[in-house]
Design a protein around this ligand. Structure first.
Ligand code: CA
Ligand code: CA
Length: 233
């Protein structure tokens, strides 16, 4: 049996006198590797039934072995944030008092804010209860996906940078105008941002009727009655 990339199996000949057939199964393809005497044509050339049996058996056993192989292979990730152009640092405003919001990270989400088919990235930032400079510097960030593995910071043009000690966010097209809107939760007032259709958002919290809240973490949009209009949960 080969190591790492190929998974092998064997199947006996139907005639009993034919050599054992070996199949080698790569991750992306299955190939007939050879026979006991090293000649590939022994199975498929002289006895088609034997070769087909070996092939089917190999597919079955090879498939099971591939599953086992894939389960044993650890999934690995690399941090490419800087390389991708995502320069974001969360401000937790930590104090010796360790207020609950200071101990929590903020949320973020992928959504296609400009309808170009590429998921963009919105990251929620925190703030500070005691340091006005830290609070003022903490900004949410919206990164436009360039479609080539990199992102561009479009926060300023989007109109959704102000943090207010943010906690989380959810996105949906709540008014069905074709543009995805955004709801951002915070320790203070939550914000509902309506997409203007021009790659920017407008704060419509006060005129929308949604709760501004006084301390929220998680919300979600969902069409609970399947009438085509999302509700805010
Ligand atoms: Ca996009
Ligand atoms: Ca909308």
């Amino acid at each position: 049996m080969n190591k790492v990339r190929y998974l092998d199996t064997s199947a006996p000949s139907m005639a009993g006198a034919q050599p054992i057939h070996f199949l080698s199964c790569a991750l992306s393809r299955l190939r007939f590797a050879g026979s006991a005497n090293g000649r590939i044509t022994d199975g498929l050339g002289k006895n088609l039934r034997t070769g087909l049996l070996a092939l089917i058996a190999g597919l079955c056993v090879g498939g099971m072995e591939m599953s086992a192989f894939q389960q044993e292979t650890p999934v690995q990730f690399s941090n490419i944030a800087e390389k991708a152009g995502i320069h974001f640092k969360h401000a937790n405003g930590a104090t010796p008092e360790k207020y609950l919001p200071e101990t929590m990270g903020s949320g973020g989400l992928f959504f296609d804010y400009n309808n170009d088919g590429w998921l963009d990235l919105f990251l929620v930032n925190g703030g500070s209860f005691v340091d006005k400079q830290v609070a003022a510097a903490a900004r949410h960030r919206l990164y436009r996906n360039n479609g080539d593995g990199t992102f561009t910071d479009v926060t300023e043009a989007s109109g959704i940078g102000i943090s207010g000690f943010g906690m989380g966010a959810c996105a949906a097209d709540y008014d069905n105008d074709g543009w995805t809107d955004l709801y951002v939760t915070a320790v203070g007032a939550n914000k509902l941002y309506h997409h203007t259709g021009k790659k920017s958002f407008t704060d419509v919290t006060n005129v929308s009727g949604v709760p501004a809240g006084i301390g929220s973490t998680t919300y979600a949009f969902r069409d609970i009655d399947k009438h085509g209009n999302v509700a805010l949960l």
